[in-house]
Design a protein around this ligand. Sequence first.
Ligand code: PBG
Length: 331
Amino acid sequence: MTIAPYPAARFRRNRQSAALRGLVRENSLSPADLIWPVFVRDGEGVEEPVPSMPGVLRRSVDRVAEAAREAHDLGIPAICLFPYTDPALKTEDCAEAWNPENLSNRATRAIKAAVPEMAVMTDVALDPYNINGHDGFVVEGEIINDATVEALVRQALSQAEAGADIIGPSDMMDGRIGAIRAALEAAGHQNVALLSYAAKYASAFYGPFRDAVGASGALKGDKATYQMDPANSDEALRLVERDLSEGADMVMVKPGMPYLDICRRVKDRFGAPTFAYQVSGEYAMLRGAALNGWVDGDRVMLESLMAFKRAGCDGVLTYFAPAAARLLNGQ
Ligand code: PBG
């Protein structure tokens, strides 16, 4: 690559007007890039704010279906469901996770009935149902892998039965993608997609989410024996390769902004559909600063989302999805 010497090369020429800036723009962001994570709770006609995530609500199933309709009208293609489970339903065996009538499955059916075009993504992990807040079974203080994978398979099958289009294992157990893929094929769910949380870090940025799903009080210890060490990068590539080889259709890097380097490496290496999760703590930081008047909320929102496209992501899971879609649509 050669660059003409100044003044033959003046980079400001291409920036002189909105028309020229638009012509040379390398990346674009549209509502079609967004997956909207939504919190579901019990009741009817309920919308309850999540204190550590201003602007985010826990919605009852009927309200989730309404929200799905609005999201669809905004051009958002997918919703990802996270249940806020009644503490009385949390047990050591996590049986609520594969109850066909649990909140996530009821919300999936309600969305598919109200807005069949909306893709429903569900979360595979035991933490919303686990009395000790972990993503896997805990035996004598250890998060055990293989028995957890069996439970995750049951959970995934119940989600597929309910009509989920995309299943998102967020648990970070070893071997779960292959096990879930085999079980889905055997049960006739060959078209259910797996979006693997392949490179999920043990991050403090999940704090507000654990409040939102009611897991923070429950969690004993941390998740460092199954989620990744934030110091690692090569390991993310090995995990993505492993999950793709086991049958993942898409992969995710999580959290998002602090891990943009990982997004870029993953996309460059594998060229697979790659997503980032702009997690609860990232949302809370941007919203908190905006609400205090310290940054321009709309602009930092769109700038932060464009960063994922620039880093090679095909799309982003973000709590900003409806607000961003409205802005992008000029509404
Ligand atoms: C748990 C799960 C977490 C998130 C999604 N699924 C939290 C965790 O691993 O403790 C975090 C999402 C967010 O912070 O927005 N299976």
